[in-house]
Design a protein around this ligand. Structure first.
Ligand SMILES: Nc1ncnc2c1ncn2[C@@H]1O[C@H](COP(=O)(O)OP(=O)(O)OP(=O)(O)O)[C@@H](O)[C@H]1O
Length: 992
């Protein structure tokens, strides 16, 4: 029959119930005394241990054993026997003479235990076996120790003193009795063994009934028991009746230990035997009877107790016997029931095994299925999660798309609206256009009619024009023929003009020569004096300049002297007042600059004390604008300008050198290596325009040695020399020329004592003074036309040698500081200039050369006439040229383009014009110049403007002059013819 789980479980339960009931029945049939009765309760055992530990600690305080020590712990303390021996020695000093200390080997430990046990034997106290202690049977050990305690502390009894008497319950007493009975029970081999060594009497004494009263009782009566029963001396017969009556008191007997009672009996009996008559006093006999009665009572109590115990043991034995039977029946399985049960059990077991196997399989399946389920649920969870994410994404996407759709819809709607509006507009526009196109078509049809009429009219006109053009063509052919004839005639005339132009070049050369002679007549050494204005609001200051004449007169007054004595007058070519502008100063020296391009060497230098304006005149102020440019820039600019003007006849090459002489040493200012050098080696830079010049000048000025003195912090104490080399080549005849222009900014001329200088500065000043005085000597010698010119006295004169003397022209700016404080320097400067100018030497020159001023004036007048004639000649030539060019137009004839394509004629004309342009200006100005007579050497015309005109050299009109209607009449006159000519040539732009 197949078993289900449920039936099996039910069967098992019923079998187990039956077995349990059976056992229960058998147990209940046995005496109710349980096995517990043999075993002390663990709590009471713990109490005993604690009592003993307290006692041991009291005797051996150094040990400090734990009061709540377990059996095992107590065994570990006591197992080596040391504490036991110490304890005994404490109780009975010296009782165990030799024993080992703690930490003994096991053999020594067992020795101590043996000693303790033999001591216990000696004292006649119950003891345990050494093996008890080793095995941990602590109950016996504890009992032994309790007995020992009671032996030496009878007042506290065997079971401790900590429990009050009233608390000593019957169970405690029963327990004690049980413990004692365990020892005394014949069934307990242990008990037998222990007690076996005691005498019968001792055994009687140790029986539970004969044992001392309870500890509480003993404690209660205290010492009285000893006082009462202890015989101090003599025998009982000698005891006083009061003592015996006290002993006989039931209270005393009750509390007396049985042993004491027996000893009382023994002693009394011994005493009666010793007294041969065997007589016992009455009172002692009474005592004896009383004691014996007590002993009998106790014995009968003990017998009763033993019987009870015996019964107890019997019932227990039966109980155990029945248990054993049950167990045997169960073990052997003889009973039928058991057999059936066993069979059933066997079946159940096999079924159960099967079921277990199946269950295990099922369990496995379940586990597997659970695992699979877990896996699936995990998968499902993951899928769910994915689904969730996908769902969310889908939702978001849907939302986005919805949003997009909405936006798109909105946009489309807007767009639709726009389109609708556009549609409306375009419809409207279409309507308009329709209207417009209708009106237009109407207009066009009207216009078409008009155009048709017009075209017909035009066609008629065209026919007329065709006819007219044919007649014009015939006329043009005629005109061409006549023009060719005229052009041939013009060529003949141009050849005549060319011849005249060739003559003009000769005239021009003559003119240049005359110009130079005029310059020479003006003097090859000219001295221009320039007075510096007061600087930076010094207007209120007093000046030493009293008078500046138009004719170059200058009167200087000595501030420390009054009247005529204090006045000193000088005379130079020109004196410039402080108000004179840079352009005005330069205009006077411009003719000299032009002479450089004509092949003459020119030297222009500025002389004066520090701060008198030398650099200002030569270079201009720092960062000068074009308006403030000094002589250097203007001269170079002019050279470029004039050389460009002459480029058709001359080819010029201009190069620049810059050097300085400092402490009689020459330095190249344009070289990056500014060491001293020989003059010809100074670096020379070609310049092609103003920008090049500015760059070079800047470089040179930066290199110029500068230092400070008490007079002027920016004072330059070197001579600065800018040399411009001009190389010219006549394009026509191939002749070449070389000339140079020296522009010198001399070092300050102040005297050494004024400069308050010493050391290096003194040396510098000395060199400066020396070189300036050498320059003065050279100029003076030149002015006097001395045979020997002392060029070699200084580096300065050596460098300037080529431009000083011979055909060279020299111009010196004498710079004056008008301040009163500079009076003596001013005087010194003026004297130097006077000496150099040769004015003083005028008479000597006149006498030497035999040429007086009148003679010179005549010469100038004749030159002027010659120039005037040449001017007329040129003018005639120009007019001739103009007539030739203008005549075709003037005759009302049309110009033929082919007439200008004759390259040969054009070139000749161009050349002639360029030459004419130069000559025209030159001649005109020179006429004005010649108008300046040369009376008394350097006398100037009264009018300043006139004076300026007198010094003007011919030059092409400047932009301002061209633009300004106020341009000078002379210039306009001189250029008008050229301009007219230029209009008929491509090269006419030259002058524009
Ligand atoms: N004509 C002038 N008009 C206006 N300022 C002038 C004139 N002459 C000189 N100065 C000014 O006077 C000062 C001194 O002039 P400058 O440096 O030219 O003197 P210098 O004689 O060259 O001195 P140094 O010997 O130290 O070189 C400068 O500030 C300069 O601009």
């Amino acid at each position: 029959m197949p078993f289900t789980d449920h039936t099996l479980v039910t069967m098992m339960d019923s079998i187990l119930d039956r077995v349990a009931k059976d056992c229960g029945r058998r147990n209940s049939s046995s005496p109710s005394t349980s096995g517990d009765i043999f075993e002390p309760s663990s709590s009471s055992n713990a109490k005993l241990r604690a009592t003993l530990v307290v006692w041991i600690n009291g005797l051996l305080p150094s040990l400090s054993l734990p009061v709540n020590a377990s059996d095992e712990e107590l065994q570990s303390y006591l197992v080596d026997g040391t504490i036991l021996c110490q304890l005994l020695n404490k109780l009975k000093p010296g009782f165990i003479p030799e024993f080992g200390g703690s930490g003994l080997s096991s053999s020594l430990g067992s020795e101590n235990v043996k000693r303790f046990l033999s001591a216990m034997d000696k004292m006649g106290l119950p003891r345990f076996q050494a093996s008890d202690l080793e095995k941990g049977s602590m109950k016996i050990v504890l009992e032994c120790l309790l007995t020992l305690r009671a032996e030496f502390m009878p007042d506290v009894g065997g079971y401790g003193s900590t429990t009050p008497l009233s608390c000593k319950s019957g169970s405690d007493v029963a327990h004690r009795q049980e413990l004692s009975s365990t020892h005394s029970s014949p069934s307990s081999a242990e008990g037998r063994r222990k007690i076996g060594s005691d005498s019968k009497f001792q055994r009687a004494l140790r029986s539970p009934v004969m044992a001392e009263p309870s500890a509480a009782l003993l404690h209660h009566v205290g010492h009285k028991f000893h006082e009462v029963f202890q015989l101090k001396q003599g025998g009982y017969a000698d005891l006083p009746p009061s003592k015996i009556s006290e002993m006989m008191k039931s209270n005393s007997l009750d509390i007396a230990p049985t042993q004491s009672l027996l000893s009382v009996v023994n002693e009394i009996l011994d005493e009666s035997i010793e007294r041969k008559n065997g007589e016992i006093p009455h009172r002692v006999a009474c005592l004896l009877r009383k004691v014996v009665q007590e002993i009998e009572r106790r014995i009968s109590t003990q017998a009763e107790h033993l019987r009870t115990q015996n019964n107890l043991f019997k019932t227990r034995e039966e109980k155990y016997q029945s248990r054993i039977r049950v167990l045997e029946a169960l073990a052997t399985g003889t009973s039928e029931e058991t057999q059936i049960v066993m069979n059933q059990l066997q079946q159940i077991k096999s079924v159960k095994i099967k079921m277990d196997a199946e269950k295990r399989n099922e369990d496995h399946d379940v586990v597997r299925l659970m695992k699979e389920k877990d896996d699936h649920s995990q998968e499902i969870a993951a899928l769910k999660q994915e689904l969730e994410i996908a769902k969310k994404a889908h939702e978001e996407r849907c939302l986005e798309m919805e949003k997009e759709a909405r936006n798109t819809q909105q946009k489309l709607e807007e767009r639709l609206k726009d389109v609708e509006i556009l549609l409306k507009e375009s419809q409207h526009r279409a309507k308009e256009l329709e209207t417009f196109s209708e009106s237009k078509s109407l207009k066009w049809s009207k216009k078409e009619n008009v155009y048709q009429i017009f075209t017909e009219f035009q066609l008629g006109a065209l026919r007329e024009l065709k006819f007219a053009s044919q007649s014009i063509k015939q006329e043009v052919v005629k005109s061409q023929r006549s023009y060719a004839e005229e052009f041939n005639q013009l060529g003949v005339k141009f050849r005549a003009l060319d011849h005249a132009a060739a003559n003009y070049s000769v005239v021009l050369a003559e003119n240049r020569k005359l110009h130079n002679e005029l310059q020479e007549l003006k003097g090859n050494i000219r001295v221009y004096c320039r007075i510096r204005p007061f600087l930076g609001g010094q207007k209120e200051k007093q000046t030493v300049i009293e008078y500046i004449g138009e004719n170059g007169e200058l009167v200087v007054v000595n501030p420390s002297k009054q009247g005529k004595e204090g006045r000193r007058s000088f005379k130079f070519n020109t004196v410039y007042s402080p108000a004179s502008a840079q352009a005005q100063v330069y205009s006077d020296i411009q003719p000299l600059v032009q002479s450089v391009l004509d092949g003459y060497n020119v030297c222009i230098f500025a002389y004066g004390q520090t701060g008198s304006g030398k650099t200002y005149t030569m270079t201009g102020p720092d960062g000068a604008s074009e308006e403030d440019w000094g002589v250097n820039y203007r001269a170079l600019n002019d050279l470029f300008r004039i050389s460009q003007m002459r480029e058709s006849t001359f080819k010029y090459e201009i190069k620049v050198q810059m050097m300085e002489i400092y402490n009689e040493q020459v330095r190249d200012l344009l070289s990056s290596d500014a060491n001293g050098l020989a003059v010809p080696e100074a670096s020379m830079f070609p310049v092609n325009g103003t920008a090049d010049v500015l760059d070079l000048m800047d470089k040179g000025l930066r290199n110029r040695a500068k230092g400070s003195t008490a007079m002027n912090e920016r004072s330059s104490r070197s001579h600065s020399i800018v040399t411009i080399h001009v190389q010219g080549k006549d394009i026509k005849n191939g002749s070449s020329m070389h000339s140079s222009l020296h522009l010198v900014d001399l070092a300050g001329s102040e005297r050494v004592d004024r400069s308050e200088v010493t050391g290096d500065r003194l040396k510098e000043a000395q060199h400066i003074n020396k070189s300036l005085s050498a320059l003065g000597d050279v100029i003076s010698a030149l002015a006097q036309k001395n045979a020997h010119i002392p060029y070699r006295n200084s580096k300065l004169t050596q460098v300037l040698q080529a431009s000083l003397g011979g055909q060279a022209k020299t111009l010196m700016f004498v710079q004056l500081n008008p301040e009163i404080g500079s009076y003596s320097e001013t005087m010194s400067t003026l004297k130097f200039a006077e000496r150099a100018s040769g004015v003083e030497l005028g008479a000597a020159r006149s006498s030497k050369d035999g040429r007086d001023i009148r003679e010179l004036m005549e010469q100038v007048a004749s030159l002027k006439d010659t120039i005037a004639k040449k001017d007329e000649e040129i003018e005639q030539l120009q007019l001739l040229k103009i007539q030739k060019n203008v005549s075709p137009e003037a005759n009302g004839e049309k110009r033929s383009p082919s007439s200008f394509s004759d390259a040969d004629n054009e070139e000749r004309l161009s050349d002639m014009l360029s030459d004419s342009g130069l000559s025209v200006g030159t001649e005109t100005d020179e006429c004005d110049e010649s108008a300046n007579p040369f009376p008394e050497g350097y006398k100037r015309p009264e009018n300043t403007n006139k004076h300026k005109t007198a010094h003007k050299i011919p030059r092409p009109p400047q932009k301002s002059e061209r633009d300004s209607p106020k341009a000078s009449n002379g210039l306009r006159k001189s250029t008008s013819a050229a301009n007219m000519l230029a209009k008929f040539t491509k090269g006419g732009s030259r002058w524009q």
